[in-house]
Design a binder for this molecule. Structure first.
Ligand code: MLT
Ligand code: MN
Ligand code: ZN
Length: 306
């Protein structure tokens, strides 16, 4: 399976338009060794012709335009290689790119019932998009790990939902009161090789299924939002801890590095990295600590064969 990282940053991107923190300032002025990153999305494919878009970032237009793999096929006047969209949650950074796809609708979209509820009530993107060629054709993802599904165009891949402990967006009726399905990770198995990709961009705590899938995975793309839990508070940007927002920190005893170190996974990659995270500076101790342990930092345009 081919995996294409379209956007490796968390909400806001890197640099974030209104942020002049050390990282954002540094990447803007070129004074630190860091790569700009767009907001959170990946695409997967078996044949390199049809791609399943996983999460639709506000930066989707730019992401498609800068990745030839996703350009329309040469012989068509209008069209897309995106055969389906899968959503892991109803956050702005994972859904607003759906608006960018309006000219190419109808397209199938796969999400849980509670994500559909958010996207038809408090943040009604699905409702709005009905005005473009009938809009999105929604297919329900169950919250039961055993209920596998195959998105349109993803022949040869098996998708399974992995319910994640995280939070719901501020506009969701489930904010701070989550139910199963507000956030899922995806276990994606390549049927031919048996290789497994685990994608979990927002995870506050690893449950048993998360651990089980990590045991089976050849590649894990895992929540790298914040280096420390107090990061947003320390910067004076928010009064919430990372875990309040649904993200475990990368560093520390209960962090993503410690978790990933418990498993023998060929490719361990942090993704969904917030612009405040010191690991973005490739000259930092944090970056050294990460890479010395064999963990990679996702960047836009990164390609992984699983
Ligand atoms: C999150 O995962 O918490 C988001 O990045 C928030 C956002 O998009 O504003
Ligand atoms: Mn996010
Ligand atoms: Zn910043």
């Amino acid at each position: 399976m081919h995996v294409l990282i379209l956007g490796a940053a968390a909400g806001g991107g890197f640099p974030q338009w209104n942020c002049h923190c050390e990282n954002c300032k540094g990447v803007r002025t070129g004074s630190i060794d860091a790569k700009p990153r767009t907001q959170s999305s990946i695409a997967v494919s078996t044949d390199g012709e049809k791609w399943v878009l996983i999460n639709a970032s506000p930066d989707l237009r730019e992401q498609i335009n800068s990745h030839p793999q996703l350009w329309p096929a040469p012989h068509v006047k209008r069209g897309t290689r995106i055969s389906a969209i899968v959503l892991t949650d109803s956050q702005i950074d994972h859904t607003t790119g759906l608006l960018t796809l309006r000219e190419g609708l109808p397209l199938p979209v796969y999400c849980t019932d509670v994500v559909k509820e958010d996207l038809t009530t408090s943040f009604p993107l699905f409702t709005v998009l009905k005005h473009w060629h009938g809009g999105l054709q929604q297919h329900t993802i169950s919250t039961n790990y055993a209920d596998s599904f195959v998105p349109e165009g993803a022949d040869g891949l098996t998708f399974q939902p992995v319910v994640l402990e995280s939070n719901a967006p501020p506009y969701s009726t489930y904010r701070d009161n989550i139910v199963s399905g507000n956030n899922i990770g995806l276990k994606i198995t390549d049927n031919a090789s048996g290789n497994v990709l685990f994608y979990a961009p927002g995870c506050m705590q690893a449950n048993d299924t998360v651990k089980q899938v990590m045991r089976e995975a050849s590649c894990v793309l895992f929540d790298g939002t914040l280096w420390v839990n107090e990061e947003m508070i320390d910067h004076g940007f928010s009064n919430k801890l990372g875990t309040d927002m649904g993200h475990m920190p990368v560093n520390g005893d209960n962090g993503a590095i410690a978790l990933l170190n418990d498993f023998n996974v060929a490719r361990k990659v942090l993704i969904h990295i917030n612009n405040t995270n010191q690991v973005l500076n490739e000259g930092s101790c944090a970056y050294r600590t990460l890479t010395q342990q064999g963990i990679e930092l996702a960047y836009d345009g990164m390609e992984i064969e699983v």
